[in-house]
Design a protein around this ligand. Structure first.
Ligand code: PMP
Ligand code: GLN
Length: 425
């Protein structure tokens, strides 16, 4: 307006790198950043009172000793800046946990960094390692932050699809071809960004695929970055195996995890990085300018969590597996085709049997029609990606991701809503 009237603009343009992050996630509209699908769907759940099987946060409390340690820390004066790499007690607990569980001998003083959630760890790692034009390889679907951060850093996002197929008896199965994965690594690949256990599918990347990726990373001198935030939430006798534990992998791997999912404290935002000193200080070289340090009173509490007996950690997983069975069994009885993931927080449901083939539109209607919020799986694909032509299964963009990290009454309420929704169709 000011330009047409011949005076100077009244406000500067807001253009900038943020637009790349928004565009890469399909969230740039009218020159503005839209809220993420998780934030938007949780707001919809709050405003409609629908059961929120959308955003992946639990509605249960943390283990008592973890909660009590945080309260005691605040009352006890642990309220000022902690050391830049994190409180020693937490760095030592992280190192001890990885040694005990995976045989990984990280030095707590030089090879462990505490961050503001896995989110900051991922952001700092990608900003630290990527030059404009460097390629990053991920699976697809992928956690949305990856696309945003790769774009913000000026990187190029390459993907390998997870095949989602129907076994013919109502179960959706997940698979990645290790050879295709390894062949996707090339001379321009700077980072292989692996997420296992995987969001949104719950896929556990097998040892064969991990070995093939490591060999490809060594061949092309790529860094492996792993997102292992669901490391403890593995069911049915399966186990998470970090790629860093493979011979020769630790030298080129930045491993990332977080307390949020394991201890039901997603609002605390305490995560961590383990890596050899050179890679770790590269990440610190960005982290210290993003947040400087991370949540002091929560660090000792997370250390208490990581020091819980193994039986307590497996009880957390067993309890979650029971809620997976409740959701998956209920969805199947209603008539959805559904995945039965061996890890993580989420099941995939195909509403195709009810004549629904556009999950994005369905997710908008379901709160009103069934009292349920879910996330359309399309949110985990690149917006510009070619439509996937499924061979033995549904188009992934027709699927919904439903979270089972919710309490039983919430899951039961969602199933009741979906049952009457299905009956009316
Ligand atoms: N990676 C994945 C795969 C996730 O699902 C999440 C949880 N939202 C994060 C990273 C972020 O973890 P945090 O809440 O610790 O930042
Ligand atoms: N990781 C959680 C999910 O996938 C939520 C994270 C977020 O809201 N950014 O639902």
């Amino acid at each position: 307006m000011s330009e047409t009237s011949g005076t100077l603009p009244s406000a500067p343009s807001a253009r900038g790198p943020w637009m790349r992050a928004s565009r890469a996630t399909g969230l740039l509209r009218d020159e503005q950043a839209q809220a993420t699908i998780f934030a938007r769907m949780s707001a919809l759940a709050a405003s409609t009172g629908a059961a929120n099987l959308g955003q992946g946060f639990p509605d249960t409390d943390p283990p008592e000793p973890v909660a009590e340690a945080a309260v005691a820390a605040i009352r006890g004066g642990v309220n000022q800046y902690p050391p830049g790499r994190g409180e020693a007690v937490l760095r030592e607990a992280i190192a001890a946990h990885q040694r005990r569980r995976y045989g990984l001998p990280w030095d707590p003083d030089t090879e462990v960094l505490v961050t503001t959630g896995a989110t900051e760890a991922l952001a700092a790692t990608l900003l630290a390692l990527l030059e404009p034009g460097d390629e990053v390889l991920t699976l697809e679907p992928f956690y949305d932050q990856y696309a945003a951060m790769i774009a913000l850093a000026g990187g190029v996002h390459r993907t390998v699809p997870i095949a989602i197929t129907d076994d013919g008896a109502g179960t959706l199965e997940l698979d990645v071809d290790p050879e295709v994965l390894a062949a996707a690594v090339g001379p321009h690949t700077r980072v292989i960004l692996l997420n296992t256990p995987h969001n949104p599918t719950g896929l556990l990347l097998g040892e064969g695929a991990q070995r093939a990726l490591l060999a490809a990373a060594q061949r092309h001198d790529a860094v492996i970055v792993t997102d292992e935030v669901y490391e403890h939430l593995v069911f049915d006798g399966f186990a998470h195996r970090p790629i860093a534990a493979l011979p020769g992998a630790a030298e080129r791997t930045v491993s990332i995890s977080s307390a949020g999912k394991t201890f039901s404290v997603t609002g605390w935002k305490i995560g961590w990085v383990t890596a050899r000193p050179a890679l770790l200080t590269a990440v610190l070289g960005v982290k210290q300018w993003l947040t400087f340090v991370s949540g002091a009173p929560f660090q000792g509490a997370v250390a208490a969590g990581l020091s819980l007996p193994e039986e307590e950690l497996s009880r957390i997983a067993t309890d979650l597996a029971g809620r997976r069975d409740l959701l998956v069994g209920g969805l199947r009885e209603i008539g959805f085709r559904v995945s039965r993931p061996s890890a993580g927080y989420f099941a995939l449901a195909d509403p195709g049997p009810f004549g629904e083939h556009d999950a994005a539109a369905l997710a908008e209607r379901l709160p009103a029609e069934a009292g349920v919020v879910g996330i359309p799986l399309g949110a985990f694909y690149r917006p510009e990606a070619e439509p996937v032509v499924p061979v033995h299964g549904p188009d992934p963009r027709t699927l919904l991701r439903l979270a089972f990290c919710k309490d039983r009454p919430t899951i039961e309420r969602a199933l009741e809503g979906l049952e009457s929704w299905a009956r009316d169709r």
